[in-house]
Write a protein that binds this ligand. Structure first.
Ligand SMILES: NC(=O)c1ccc[n+]([C@@H]2O[C@H](COP(=O)([O-])OP(=O)(O)OC[C@H]3O[C@@H](n4cnc5c(N)ncnc54)[C@H](O)[C@@H]3O)[C@@H](O)[C@H]2O)c1
Length: 252
């Protein structure tokens, strides 16, 4: 039997990149998966691709900062699949580059709204459903930059540090109820998000020089970690952030 058979998962920002790979992997591992992103067209394309593989998926538009979109995300999950066992909060934004104290206040607010506040709200709003099921779990997607801020991603890095804290705090609160909360902290993964870090030779060389394994990570490798974290194989793991960075060092 597949290890996530009978489970229902919601993955945000899951029509591309790491989120798409997570949705695909959880579905391949037997879960019914609800995908979402800000644009209906992207949802439709991703659904078509996943359904071609005979995966059990549903999808809708969800801008994670919009209360009505989040409400609909969970209501549609319940009306389609009857329950929710797994939440993966993956959406993130980084509208500007620069050092943390150079960050414009509006940009700071946007980064914290999408990356941190929406993750907290998604978890809070998923809880009534997660509480109904045995062995439910939440995964937040942080970053290696949350451990050691990337100079040009100052505010973004701090938002990712906050997610490591959110993971620890929520895990403690929910442990007595048997709901696990963990975090994935990817290193540099080849997606649209990290394009600036590898699209030209100099940037690529600079990035690779920081990675002991000498290559960027793949979205599929990130998805494998998440699939483990939400499975019963990780049944005694909560409050942890798993760094998957090809050996880049991570210390808080
Ligand atoms: N690629 C990397 O090197 C890397 C490294 C560390 C962490 N991460 C994290 O991994 C996650 C996925 O990133 P990715 O690399 O796949 O890049 P990505 O750009 O494909 O993923 C980010 C997604 O979030 C979506 N998004 C942004 N604002 C949103 C909103 N308000 N509502 C809903 N969706 C929204 C974007 O449309 C995009 O699809 C992010 O949390 C990112 O911070 C990525």
């Amino acid at each position: 039997m597949k290890r996530l058979a009978g489970k229902v998962a919601v993955v945000t920002a899951s029509t591309d990149g790491i989120g798409f790979a997570i949705a695909k992997r959880l579905a391949e591992d037997g879960a019914a998966v609800v995908i979402s992103s800000r644009k209906q067209k992207n949802v439709d394309n991703a659904l078509a691709e996943l359904r071609k593989l005979n995966l059990n998926v549903h999808g809708l538009k969800c801008h994670v900062s919009e209360a009505q979109d989040r409400k609909q995300l969970f209501e549609e999950t319940i009306s389609k699949y009857g329950k929710l066992n797994i939440l993966v909060s993956n959406a993130a934004t980084n509208p500007a580059v620069g050092g943390v104290l150079e960050c414009d206040e509006k940009v700071w607010d946007k980064i914290f709204d999408v990356n941190v506040k929406s993750s907290y709200l998604l978890a809070k709003e998923a809880l009534p459903y997660l509480r109904r099921e045995k062995g439910s779990s939440i995964v937040f997607v942080s970053s290696i930059a949350g451990y050691d801020a990337f100079e040009l991603l100052g505010a973004y890095s701090v938002s990712k540090t906050a997610l490591i804290g959110l993971t620890k705090a929520a895990a403690k609160d929910l442990a007595p109820e048997g709901i696990r909360v963990n975090c994935l902290a990817p290193g540099i993964i080849r997606t649209k998000f990290s394009k600036a870090l590898y699209e030209n030779e100099a940037a690529n060389e600079a990035a690779l020089s920081k990675i002991p394994m000498g290559r960027l990570g793949t979205s599929e490798e990130m998805a494998g970690v998440v699939s483990f974290l939400v499975s019963e194989d990780a049944g005694y793991i909560t409050g942890e952030s798993i760094v998957a960075s090809g050996g880049m060092s991570a210390r808080l």
